[in-house]
Structure formats: structure tokens, C-alpha cells
Design a protein around this ligand. Structure first.
Ligand code: DGL
Length: 272
């Protein structure tokens, strides 16, 4: 009889500034069943997008250290603000494979847009970095990328204001100028935004295709596992439960986690 070895505590590590990255964790769980996850949401310090690049880099290093200490052998940067600011630093500093939410969304946008007019919404840090424009223009030089920073959306999601009039008004205001620019594709360049898809979609218009970076990065994780059977073998462990750590434990975070996963998720508070 074949003996299957399950490696203890080796997991896919995922981090975000808060609960938004759980949309990524959920998408990975659905696309790659049997691969346990260790998640870290830095709720105590959210939002990252309004902080300086140096601060975001330091937070991202902390988060990576935490995940490595908990057995991560593949790291997913599930935060656009962190990926746009700290991706290179992390890649230079750590000898562990890393995937981020930006690259797969850039590729998808460049691939599916018909008219080459692509909108990107994200936090101030992400938009200011210009990372989506650079990536999309590299893939598709004749495209036109229109970006809009939406700094209020992360706090609204973390607050659980997913259906409030105020949230709708703010989204309307942010998308106002983009609506007249004939975009046919809109990248949700923040992992919190899938939780506002039901408001963003109708507002930007049905003809505009939304790119959900959580789904795109989950596909990238799936491809990575296919391309690296040794890592896939080490990481696969259907017996082991995923763990979800947060730097601050709030009732709203617990409710949002349950909403994202469709089941209660035990959040563990850590002082990391
Ligand atoms: N979910 C994070 C992102 O994708 C939000 C970052 C923040 O806290 O600003 O950018």
C-alpha cells in the first residue's frame, strides 16, 4: 500500500492589511482544495494604503516573518498596497516563492479588454505607485489605463458598511469620471473590493467587465502548484486545518470573515 506523507505545518501563507485578503484565501480554498492556509490580517494597522512606502514595507516584512514562522512555504501577498510597495523588497529578502495579487490581474486585463481602455481602482498607495499602468502598458502598449484612488473604500469594508447609502454615494463619486471614458474593463485593484462588487458593477455599467484580483491570484496559485509538483506535494495536506490570524480581533472582522467564507471562521488574535 502506498504511504502518503503529510508534512506537518507546511502551509500556503497569505497576508493582507485586514479582512480583504480573505477574499483571496477563499478563492484559493475553492480552487486548490486540500492545501491548508495560514492567513494573517493586520487589522490593527489597516488601512495600509494611506501610509508611506517605508511603513508599508516594514509592515509587509513583519507579516512575511510571521507567516514563515507558521510554516509558510509559498507566500501570497493578498494586498495590493503591500504588493505595489514592498514586493521587490520581499523578493530580495526572502528565499521563498511569492505570488502577488497584481501580476495576474494585470495579465488578465491586458488579455480580455477589447478596446484597450482599462480602468483601475485601488488604494492611494497602489494607484500612486503606477504599477497597474506600467504592467498593462508593458503587456499591451497601445492600451489606455485610467486610474482612480478610492481611499475611503477599505475603511468602509472593514467597518462592514457593505450596503449603506453612504457607501453607494462614495462609490458613485469615485466612479463618476470613469463612467464617461468608455472603459470596457475595470480592475478591482484591492482585495477588499470584491465585497463591494454588487455596488461597483451596476454603477460602472453592465458592459464593463470586472476583474477580481482574488480570483486571478487563486488561478496563479493553481498554476504554480501544477508547475511545481515537489512544492505541491509538500504543501498538500487535506487533514490539516487552515488558520486565520489577526492583529486585532473585532466583532465586525468575525462577521466579515463568516460572510466571505459562508461559514464561521475562528480568528486567532496574535500580537505579531
Ligand atoms: N486589501 C488591501 C489591498 O488590496 C487594502 C490595503 C489597505 O489597507 O490599504 O490593497
Amino acid at each position: 500500500m502506498a504511504v502518503i506523507t503529510f508534512y506537518e505545518s507546511i502551509m500556503i501563507g497569505i497576508f493582507d492589511s485586514g479582512v480583504g485578503g480573505m477574499t483571496v484565501a477563499r478563492a484559493i480554498e475553492q480552487m486548490c482544495p486540500g492545501y491548508p492556509l495560514v492567513y494573517f490580517g493586520d487589522i490593527a494597522k489597516t488601512p495600509y494604503g494611506s501610509k508611506s512606502p517605508d511603513t508599508i514595507k516594514n509592515y509587509s516584512i513583519n507579516n512575511t516573518e510571521f507567516l514563515l514562522q507558521h510554516g509558510a512555504e509559498l507566500i501570497v501577498i493578498a494586498c495590493n498596497s503591500a504588493a505595489s510597495t514592498a514586493r521587490e523588497t520581499l523578493n530580495q529578502q526572502y528565499n521563498v516563492p511569492m505570488l502577488d495579487v497584481i501580476t495576474p490581474a494585470v495579465n488578465r486585463a491586458a488579455e480580455i479588454s477589447k478596446n484597450g481602455r482599462i480602468g483601475v481602482i485601488g488604494t492611494r498607495a497602489t494607484i500612486k505607485s503606477g504599477i497597474y499602468e506600467q504592467g498593462i502598458s508593458r503587456q499591451r502598449p497601445k492600451s489606455k489605463v485610467l486610474s482612480q484612488a478610492c481611499p475611503l473604500l477599505v475603511p468602509l469594508v472593514e467597518e462592514g458598511w457593505l450596503n449603506k447609502q453612504e457607501t453607494k454615494m462614495i462609490i458613485r463619486r469615485y466612479l463618476h469620471s470613469m463612467r464617461s471614458k468608455q472603459i470596457d474593463t475595470l480592475v478591482l485593484g484591492c482585495t477588499h473590493y470584491p465585497l463591494l462588487k454588487h455596488l461597483i458593477g451596476p454603477r460602472i455599467g453592465r458592459r464593463v467587465q470586472l476583474i477580481d484580483s482574488s480570483v486571478e491570484v487563486a488561478k496563479a496559485v493553481h498554476s504554480f502548484l501544477d508547475a511545481h509538483p515537489d512544492s505541491a506535494h509538500r504543501l498538500y495536506n487535506p487533514e490539516k486545518k487552515s488558520r486565520f490570524f489577526v492583529s486585532d480581533l473585532t466583532e465586525t472582522a468575525q462577521q466579515l470573515a463568516a460572510k466571505i467564507f459562508g461559514r464561521p471562521i475562528p480568528l486567532e488574535k496574535t500580537n505579531a
